[in-house]
Design a protein. Structure first.
Length: 95
């Protein structure tokens, strides 16, 4: 008997793939070094700070190097709009 994948995982995979198709390049601003590694769809609301894989919070495309940078320097990443705090105004991210 084949195991079924959790429904939330399938929805996330579709959402992630659609985001990466629309935003295939790293969205880190210039001046933070060369891009490296595959592109990840990163949650603007980190899962550890109230975001979940199943929510519809905004995403940003980051290469692995800049994804790691955003996780390591969260306060600076927030100042740059790469991470958001969960509040009503936070959904108004400039494109």
């Amino acid at each position: 008997m084949q195991r079924r994948k959790p429904k939330g995982r399938d929805e996330w995979a579709e959402r992630r793939d659609a985001h990466l198709k629309a935003h295939p390049k790293c969205e880190m601003p210039d001046g933070y070094g060369e891009h490296w590694g595959p592109i990840d769809a990163n949650h603007l609301f980190p899962r550890g700070m109230g975001g979940t894989r199943k929510d519809d919070s905004p995403l940003i495309s980051l290469c692995r190097k800049h994804h790691a940078w955003a996780e390591s320097y969260r306060e600076k990443a927030r100042e740059m709009g790469m991470l958001l705090r969960r509040n009503p105004d936070a959904l108004q991210r400039d494109a």
